[in-house]
Design a protein around this ligand. Sequence first.
Ligand SMILES: Cc1cc2nc3c(=O)[nH]c(=O)nc-3n(C[C@H](O)[C@H](O)[C@H](O)COP(=O)(O)O)c2cc1C
Ligand SMILES: CC(C)CC(=O)C(=O)O
Length: 358
Amino acid sequence: MEALEPADFERAARARLPAETWDFVQGGSGAERTLAANRAQFEQARLRPRTMVDVSTTDQRLTLLGSPLSTPIGIAPVAYHQLFHPEGETATARAAGRAGALMVAGIFASRTLESIAEAATGPLWLQLYWLRRRDALAALVERAEAVGFRALVLTVDAPRIGRRLRDARNGFAVPAHIRAVNLDPSLMAASHRADAGSSGIADHAKEQFDPTLTWADLAWLRERSSLPIVLKGILTAEDARLAAEHGVDAVVVSNHGGRQLDGALPTLSALPEVVAATPPDLPVLLDGGVRTGTDVALAVALGARAVLIGRPILWGLAADGENGVARVLDLLKTELDDTLALLGRPRLADLDPTAVVR
Ligand SMILES: Cc1cc2nc3c(=O)[nH]c(=O)nc-3n(C[C@H](O)[C@H](O)[C@H](O)COP(=O)(O)O)c2cc1C
Ligand SMILES: CC(C)CC(=O)C(=O)O
């Protein structure tokens, strides 16, 4: 049967993936309240359609940190794409290129930065965690810059890993043959075994993530790279203001897909305060629970310049590799196009808060 919405890929992916991988993807932290709330906010919001507007052409193109994009729908950073398809991140990067979409590769990518860059035909950003081993981080930044990555995305909501009960119950560990190949194996060993009542992911983070990260540390990253710096995991006006004061180039309103602080604000609720607290020229992106073109329009109307998609990309990748990811992106783009036309707001710039009732 032809897939007509991203949820069709969700069913296909579930049928293909081992149960513990499925739980790793779909799960959140704690009671999964934030995971559910991300979706609930999109489901409860309503659009105010305008009529008698010429919508014979719609346009979802934009420029983000200097890169032209065909769509405001980008790919969120996710560890270990080879958990979902043998080609891993290179398949995802090719699909992003076909869609004219941004791809954010993860620090725990299972393919090398060089091979991802070679597969990509569109803009790539690299996500970083604040590792204790700053020398490894510095080397990664240098490599990323050398092969053409265009921004660094520092994830700031993970000083440690949220309590993910599904992974702890499953004793989830990254299978030995799937590796974060851009980092020295000695830094990754803990990911591949799980202690009782924990997961390899959580144990690894405890060992390797540096929880002392503060605003003052951004200077270290600035010194090492001329690439734009994006902070991922901002949920409050206070932190948005600090990001702007520290010269950050963009922020991503994110609660890590409900995988970190359970009970944290859903992202669509946090977006307006972050947008209000940032200067107009500082792009605000959003991720968490974006599943349809309507969701994209809601986020853009409330001030997001672009959205990132996490799990649906993995569903496409698991179901059909590069073609699955390309189809998921294509479906979302088509849905957004329909939404812009039926809403009477044919360009992204026509979307503003008056398009939304919450
Ligand atoms: C399986 C999985 C792995 C993830 N790995 C990372 C990661 O390595 N770095 C990161 O910053 N975010 C990671 N995230 C969070 C995503 O970047 C993103 O914030 C989240 O998935 C967006 O929500 P959505 O899945 O509801 O679209 C991961 C999410 C999932 C589901
Ligand atoms: C390997 C993990 C730290 C990746 C992650 O951020 C996540 O699972 O949410």
